[in-house]
Write a protein that binds this ligand. Structure first.
Ligand SMILES: Nc1ncnc2c1ncn2[C@@H]1O[C@H](COP(=O)(O)OP(=O)(O)OP(=O)(O)O)[C@@H](O)[C@H]1O
Ligand SMILES: [Mg+2]
Length: 215
């Protein structure tokens, strides 16, 4: 019933990585009936989950804006959650996704260029909100943050430039364990060692905080 979309036209901010980890967490840890929609022509998240062995993540590739607009509501009726992995461009597909989402989950890398790209993504979100009476709710988080950098300053800049969006407290840090997951068709919950379990804790905290924001 609930559609959560990972959007930001900036490439490489972790839309696909977060989508796969969120879908996995909802299915394996929260026992929620969840569908992953891969709306990116690169097909990174669908190829990733196809290779998974322990947990089956239902996945559908839907690239065209018309198909997204038409099919997402029908699909959502059959699931507790639908997670949409958005494309890496400011495209009509992103617009269509925002018209069908309850919550736009926006990963932002805490660097100058990426903070600007978040404002571009927010522009599309606001257009959808003005047509849909406030939906989707905009929720941002800092992703791929490098430990030791001035995250608080970056976060304050991000918030001031994007009124109307909520910035979550949880930060996902840059970690080799996360970078390794897609190549192994795995998630951080499948990888042993302390770095992976630290990342797993960050994701769990992030997802709980995000779900509290659902409209
Ligand atoms: N927290 C992290 N730590 C280390 N590497 C990460 C992290 N998050 C993502 N990555 C890596 O960064 C790269 C980009 O991530 P991902 O593909 O999820 O981004 P994306 O926003 O979906 O990109 P695109 O816009 O191209 O679809 C990948 O190689 C991924 O493994
Ligand atoms: Mg992607």
């Amino acid at each position: 019933m609930t559609v959560i979309s990972l959007v930001n036209q900036k490439g490489g901010v972790s839309k696909s990585t977060t989508s796969v980890h969120l879908a996995y967490w909802l299915i394996a840890k929260k026992k929620q009936k969840t569908l992953l929609i891969d709306a990116d022509s690169q097909r990174s998240s669908s190829l990733w989950v196809e290779g998974m062995e322990d947990v089956e993540i239902p996945c559908k590739v839907i690239g065209s804006p018309d198909d997204l607009l038409e099919q997402v509501p029908d699909l959502a009726a059959d699931y507790d959650y639908v997670i949409v992995d958005g494309p890496a461009s400011l495209s009509e597909a992103t617009r269509a996704i925002l018209f069908r989402s309850d919550l736009a989950f926006i990963p932002v890398q805490p660097t100058g260029v990426d903070l600007r790209s978040a404002s571009d993504a927010m522009r599309l979100v606001k257009q959808a909100q003005s047509v849909r009476g406030g939906l989707p709710k905009a929720v941002m988080f800092l992703s791929r943050a490098v430990k030791g950098t001035k995250l608080k300053d970056e976060a304050i800049v991000l918030l001031s430039k994007n009124p109307g969006a909520i910035l979550l407290n949880t930060v996902i840090h840059q970690k080799q364990a996360i970078a390794d997951t897609s190549g192994q068709s795995a998630t951080v919950w499948d990888i042993s060692g302390r770095p992976a379990s630290e990342s797993a804790s960050e994701y769990e905290k992030l997802f709980k905080e995000m779900l509290e924001q659902l409209p």
